[in-house]
Design a binder for this molecule. Sequence first.
Ligand SMILES: [Zn+2]
Length: 124
Amino acid sequence: MEGKINLEREKARLMQEKLQIEQELEKLRENLKSEFELDINGLSPDLYERDKIVALIESLEFRRTSIERALKAIEKGTYGICERCGSEIDPARLEARPDATLCLKCQEEVERLLKRRRTEREPL
Ligand SMILES: [Zn+2]
């Protein structure tokens, strides 16, 4: 069947990516630790650098969570099916984002909702 997802291949890709993220996280945590040690020793740590590392760790952890969700979906046999509307996710989209758990339409909608919520939270 055309456009059929090769689950074994996707699983391997996801596992590989997860491994890379975990190695990256480990490195970042080491960097962060040495920044904090500067602080403890009374030296001035690079706060900008530290914030950057923290932001990077957060985004990598977010990505890892979504990869874990995709891996679980493979096990449950729901991989490639949108979590929100239950329709099939475009294989081309999965090719680009193997950890996608929403179809493009739902993804856009969720992003729009999140954006609106952020705007609403803005102080007057
Ligand atoms: Zn959907």
